[in-house]
Ligand binder design. Structure first.
Ligand code: ATP
Ligand code: MG
Length: 433
């Protein structure tokens, strides 16, 4: 293992969270090996603040649990210890070995790893990681960095190279293809040609990945502040189709309006995250699947379904079909369906309906969505502008303009409208978890 002493690399304990340091020292003082590993080491070496700190050790999960009061063991497929400090979770993983494929604790089915609980050495642990840049360790014993696989080289070259044979590694775990695209977007690295070459043939394997895991991965792709770059990376490498088949089909067929809408939605989300504003994955998923909703709705209306029923059914159908690929939780699909089914209601400008819509708890999200649709037609752009103004002019003036003096249905004084709308916005703005 190549060892880079503390004075020859840039990692300083000042940039490591207190919680992570406590776990590292706790393990070390108990006589175990304790090293920071993976994305945190990579990011620290790149001068980026890590999102989370993962630790590798030769202590077993049970031994880790005995050391820390605030510790929970999780996972079956991949057993880990979580040490909790308030909201911060430090993940502690025992070195994984390569093991004997016949061994009952490492299950490989059709080339896929379905369980991996064989303990090993740090050298073995390094080679079962995905990219060389992700397989470096920071040792709390002497503050050195350990690099067995050429990770430093890749950071210098700003490239993601897989450890081992790419095709084998993707067959073991197809989600690694998404990780390649995501990390390339996040770090602004390139993907080594040998690591991207198998995508074309192997991307369909993602269709068999557990939908819940693909949902988690989608959140990391789109809710971490670099959604637009992730999205372009997925498209470039043909990895969007296994996640969002209908979206990929529409875009491949050349739907420029949808493409622009999705890209604007992604850019808005990134900007909100950069400003620490709340964001909900429901909004982005609603944008991604919009083309499909509109098409199905139109088909139903052509067959004579009444509009409001067509909107509802189309919305529900898209959510159901999509959940076979990416399992979007119910609390988000519910919001998505509301955003979609509110769209036709923006066309009505009778006083009663205008004020009802302004009061709707999901008004804000639906309105933001309407603004994104400006590219669909001049009419749509005009509608967005109209509703922007409707929120700006005083309520009395708006009433006069609409040709009636209107109170909300409950007869509330006009001023209350503002407050209720704010609350609605918060509901729509649930943070991703
Ligand atoms: P991020 O900065 O976005 O968290 P990360 O590389 O830290 O990126 P994690 O999901 O936090 O991603 O994973 C931590 C580490 O675990 C990785 O750096 C890598 O070493 C290893 N790892 C994660 N997922 C896989 C996988 N599917 N196959 C092999 N190794 C993996
Ligand atoms: Mg990480």
């Amino acid at each position: 293992m190549r060892i880079i002493p503390r004075d020859q690399h840039s990692i300083s304990r000042r940039h490591i969270s207190k919680a992570a340091l406590r776990v590292l020292y706790g393990l070390h003082e108990a006589g175990y090996q304790a090293l920071l590993v993976g994305g945190a080491v990579r990011d620290l070496l790149l001068g980026v603040q890590p999102k989370d700190f993962d630790i590798a050790t030769d202590a077993t999960p049970e031994q880790v649990r005995k050391l820390f009061r605030n510790c929970r063991l999780i996972g079956r497929r991949f057993r880990l210890a979580h040490v909790m400090f308030g909201r911060e979770i430090i993940e502690v993983a025992t070195f994984r070995g390569v093991g004997d494929p016949q061994d009952s604790d490492r299950h490989i089915v059709d080339g896929r790893i379905v369980r991996d609980n064989i303990w090993g050495s740090i050298e073995e642990d390094a080679v079962r990681r995905d990219f060389r840049a992700n397989a470096m360790y920071y040792d709390i014993a002497d503050f050195s960095v350990r690099d067995d696989v050429g990770g430093m080289q890749d950071l210098d070259d700003r490239v993601l190279r897989l450890i081992g044979d790419p095709e084998t590694r993707y067959r073991e775990d197809p989600v690694r293809m998404l990780r390649a695209a995501r990390l390339a977007a996040k770090l602004e690295f390139s993907i080594d040609p040998s690591a991207s070459a198998p995508f074309a043939e192997l991307a369909p394997l993602l269709g068999e990945a557990p939908p819940a895991r693909l949902f988690d991965e989608s959140l990391k792709l789109f809710m971490a502040g670099y959604a637009l770059k992730s999205f372009r990376m997925l498209r470039r490498y043909g990895l969007l189709a296994p996640l969002f088949p209908a979206t990929a089909r529409a875009l491949d067929a050349g739907d420029q309006v949808l493409l622009e809408m999705i890209e604007n939605g992604m850019a808005n989300t990134d900007a909100r995250i950069a400003e620490d504003k709340p964001v909900t994955p429901a909004f982005l998923f609603a944008v991604l699947l919009w083309g499909e909703v509109r098409e199905i709705k139109q088909g139903m209306m052509d067959e004579g379904a009444p509009p409001s029923l067509a909107w509802q059914r189309a919305s529900h159908q898209v959510v159901m079909t999509q959940s076979r690929h990416v399992a979007i939780p119910r609390r988000f699909t519910h919001v998505m369906e509301e955003i979609w089914t509110l769209q036709p209601r923006f066309a009505h400008r009778t006083p009663k309906r205008v004020f009802q819509l302004l009061e709707h708890p999901r008004f804000r999200a639906a309105y933001d969505f309407l603004l994104l649709r400006a590219g669909e037609s001049d009419e749509m752009a005009e509608m967005g502008a109209w509703w922007t103004r409707a929120q700006e002019v005083p309520e009395d003036a708006l009433s006069d303009e609409l040709g009636a003096s209107v109170r909300t249905r409950s007869g509330d004084a006009p001023r209350k409208r503002r407050r209720r709308r704010r609350r609605g916005r918060n509901e729509a703005g649930d943070k991703a978890e």
